[in-house]
Design a binder for this molecule. Structure first.
Ligand code: SF4
Ligand code: SF4
Length: 298
């Protein structure tokens, strides 16, 4: 049985597709969005995180690590990723729960068992399962087998995708899903690169293919300050969606969820202290899509 690297399974999700859903978060993503709410999802491998607020500097973890991967540097626990073998001895022995391991190898049987626990709720609410991440399509063989197993139980399966996947692979994987929640971030490839670390041509090609082939696709735009939140950006994005023959689009106003995780990963967060956006802030933005004939909602 194949295993994949998962970093969370969240039950009773109501924002990741229709109805009540179980969301399975895959680890690994080819993008590096500056506003990412799940920075721990980006690396494909497991990672040890350290919470400086919980740590009392007892140094038990340093003593216990069989790889000598931990050290105290300027009053901070430093983790040498090149030495760490993710044995989790440090995590299990930290009495303050200051260390955690992000990402776990999971077997398909186990995930399906968890997913089936809430089948009654999916049936009552027209919900199901959503693959999120990270980018689920970055673990293609595991994804294929997992979806196949979930479909044996007649579950509605959606995926939240960046669309940044080789087109031949995308065309093999996308039709497996009942719904594609497809992120569209910028119409301008250069600006897309500045915000996410990748260009957008492949993404637009995949979006266009999915729409032309009558898959159920919901394009979703995360509206991000200083990246794509101007009216000019809305016009450019609306034109792009009309060009690929989309009929609807969902706007996801910026919210700050990831700040604490950036701290735990010793990473700089460019959106620290940025105010969350509200629907009311985006009325004119939304109108640019409506003017172009798109059903635009939040
Ligand atoms: S064992 Fe836990 S509390 Fe002690 S130094 Fe390590 S991380 Fe900090
Ligand atoms: S997971 Fe194991 S190898 Fe990695 S730092 Fe902790 S104790 Fe050391």
């Amino acid at each position: 049985m194949k295993t994949g690297t998962i970093f969370n399974i969240q039950k009773f999700s109501i924002h990741d597709g229709p109805g009540i859903r179980t969301t399975i978060f895959f680890k690994g993503c080819p993008l590096r969005c500056k506003w990412c709410a799940n920075p721990e999802s980006q690396a494909m491998d497991q990672q040890i995180l350290w919470d400086h607020k919980k740590c009392i500097r007892c140094l038990q973890c340093i003593q216990i690590c069989p790889q000598h991967a931990l050290s105290l540097v300027k009053d901070q626990i430093h983790i040498d990723e090149t030495k760490c073998i993710h044995c989790q001895a440090c995590v299990q022995n930290c009495l303050q729960s200051a260390l955690s391991c992000e990402g776990e190898k999971q077997e398909i049987d186990k995930i399906v068992e968890i997913a089936l626990q809430d089948k009654d709720f999916y049936e009552e609410s027209s919900g199901g399962i959503t693959i999120s991440g990270g980018e689920g399509m970055a673990q293609p063989e595991f994804l294929k087998d997992l979806v196949k197993e979930l479909k044996k139980h007649d579950l509605h399966v959606a995926i939240e995708t960046t669309g940044y996947v080789e087109p031949s692979l995308f065309q093999e994987l996308a039709p497996l899903f009942d719904l594609l929640l497809f992120d569209v971030k910028h119409y301008d490839s250069h600006k897309h690169y500045q915000g996410t670390g990748v260009h957008n041509e492949k993404i637009i090609q995949n979006l266009s293919w999915a729409l032309q082939n009558n898959l159920d696709v919901l394009p979703r735009i995360p509206v991000i300050p200083r990246f794509n939140a101007s009216l000019q950006d809305a016009q450019g994005l609306a034109e792009l969606l009309v060009k690929v023959k989309a009929k609807k689009v969902q706007l996801l106003p910026f919210h700050q969820f990831g700040q604490r995780k950036y701290e735990m990963m010793h990473r700089n967060y460019e959106y620290e202290n940025e105010k969350a956006m509200q629907k009311e802030d985006l009325t004119e933005y939304q109108n640019e899509f409506i003017k172009k004939g798109l059903d635009c909602f939040f």
